[in-house]
Design a protein around this ligand. Structure first.
Ligand SMILES: Cc1cc2nc3c(=O)[nH]c(=O)nc-3n(C[C@H](O)[C@H](O)[C@H](O)COP(=O)(O)OP(=O)(O)OC[C@H]3O[C@@H](n4cnc5c(N)ncnc54)[C@H](O)[C@@H]3O)c2cc1C
Length: 440
């Protein structure tokens, strides 16, 4: 039987970071078990015929001083800094992101609706300062942006992304993800091409070579020999005996457990759990993201990084261009694209049908022309893509986390902590978790 002080479930960035920092600051041994044949989780890449594809564009937004210095050190000499160029395509026009501050260029009637609705919200908020919480995302968006901006962007785009009715969702996730421009900026952006950068990701870093996979690879290369076991899926966990059954390894016994796999899946692997915890886990929901990666001949969408598609006639919610993140992501005279679809995680999906819809949509909006031949097509599905912030989530987490704390289990990362977060945060989660365990 294999024995380790700390067993880490999942070799994504959170798990890798936890192991690295445990090595650095504690005497504990640790072992990461990862079901795939490579580390990285959603921050992975694959290479095919000279194209490098991520699981949709994975761009580094670094805000924490430690996280920034650590990631820059991991990718020393292999980083490019880029100024975001992101757009929205609607009414057959490209407008700058974010929609609410950049309606310039849309048909006059659309601009009028957006401005009129927005100005009404200012008047309404002066009339009534009372808080009516908790607001659904739908009510919050209407209250803050007005009917026009909601009708032309916030509602259709978010319904496409989340695959949920927006009145069942809370506002807990939106803080940094939905920019809130000033009144003057909304007005200015309706009459002028406003070039001001808004939001958390106005500039970003991306690896020069190797796609985002170079980040988990660099982190994994700093671990001890045999500390990461790939092709080792966790099959079941017994928290009474502190033993886990792992594919290809057998029984692994541990003193402490760190989980980074999706929280609801993790709970389903535990033996003998209280019914209330099982029930709470069944209340957690997520969407699934289906990423169609395309390598095509010729150069497309020069200078643009990604485009949002709110309109129903386009089946995808976003299309991005890896070759604009780094020229090494595609062979010369060719382009590489990611096309993102979202579905309810319980829906059955026919990928060949989605592929036809994707190719038609890309031609309709003129991203692809007759000169662009598809050279490579690669689907990368993400079964647990975005955690849904509905009104059941917090209640369920308030049952699950105290139970796990009693059992001395740490559950971290984007899916272990069941949240909307980024790569840098996954790395910081791993660090904080190691610091906590080092004190035990
Ligand atoms: C569509 C999309 C776009 C994104 N874009 C960005 C971006 O541009 N910038 C950014 O910073 N972040 C982005 N993110 C977020 C980023 O991918 C995550 O925050 C981060 O990579 C999460 O790391 P993690 O270790 O917490 O989870 P994961 O990467 O999911 O790691 C968990 C690991 O557990 C493994 N696993 C699962 N089940 C088992 C099992 N039973 N046994 C063993 N192993 C198992 C998985 O294979 C995986 O490797 C995006 C995410 C998505 C879904």
């Amino acid at each position: 039987m294999i024995k380790t002080d700390v067993l880490i479930l999942g070799g994504g960035l959170a798990g890798l970071s936890a192991a690295y920092h445990l090595n650095k600051i504690s005497k504990f041994s640790s072992l990461i078990v990862e079901k795939e044949s490579r580390p990285g989780g959603t921050a992975s890449s694959i290479s095919k015929n000279g194209f490098t594809f991520d699981f949709t564009g994975h761009l580094l937004h670094l805000h924490d001083p430690y996280g920034k210095a650590f990631i820059e050190d991991l990718l020393k000499g292999n980083l490019r800094e880029l100024k975001r160029s992101s757009w929205i395509y609607s009414h057959e026009v490209l407008t700058r992101y974010p929609f609410q501050a950049n309606t310039y260029g849309l048909p006059d009637a659309v601009i009028d609706e957006c401005l009129f609705g927005f100005l009404k919200t200012i008047h309404a908020s002066r009339e009534n300062q009372k808080k009516t919480s908790p607001l659904s995302f739908k009510d919050w968006a209407l209250k803050n942006f007005g009917e026009g901006i909601c009708k032309h962007f916030l509602f259709p785009y978010n319904e496409k992304l989340w695959q949920r009715s927006l009145d069942s969702m809370t506002t807990e996730w939106q803080g940094r993800f939905v920019p809130a421009p000033k009144v003057s900026e909304v007005l200015y952006g309706a009459v002028m091409d406003q070039k001001k950068a808004f939001g958390y990701n106005a500039s970003f870093l991306y690896p020069r070579k190797g796609g985002i996979q170079s980040l988990p690879n660099a982190l994994a290369s700093r671990l001890k020999k045999n500390q990461l076991a790939v092709q080792s899926e966790v099959l079941s966990i017994d928290l009474k005996t502190n033993q886990a059954l792992i594919k290809n390894l057998g029984i692994v016994s541990f003193k402490r457990l760190i989980n980074t796999i999706p929280l609801n899946e993790f709970i389903s692997l535990l033996k003998e759990i209280p019914t209330r915890v099982e029930r709470a886990a069944s209340e957690l929901s997520s969407n699934s993201v289906y990423c169609l990666n395309l390598g095509v001949s010729g150069k497309v969408m020069s200078g643009k990084h990604w485009i949002y598609f709110p309109e129903k006639k386009y089946p995808f919610y976003r299309v991005g261009f890896y070759h604009q993140f780094s020229p090494f992501n595609a062979p010369a005279k060719s382009s590489s694209l990611y096309v993102e679809f979202s579905r309810n995680s319980k829906s059955k999906v026919d990928l060949s049908e989605l592929e036809s819809l994707a190719l038609k949509g890309l031609k309709d909006c003129k991203i692809l022309g007759p000169e662009n031949r598809a050279l490579v097509k690669e689907w990368l599905p993400i079964s647990c893509g975005y955690v849904i912030y509905d009104f059941k989530r917090t209640k369920a987490l308030n049952v699950i986390f105290p139970y796990l704390a009693k059992k001395k289990v740490e559950s971290i990362g984007r899916y272990g902590a069941w949240k909307y977060s980024f790569m840098e945060e996954a790395i910081m989660d791993g660090k904080r978790c190691a610091e906590k365990l080092a004190l035990c």
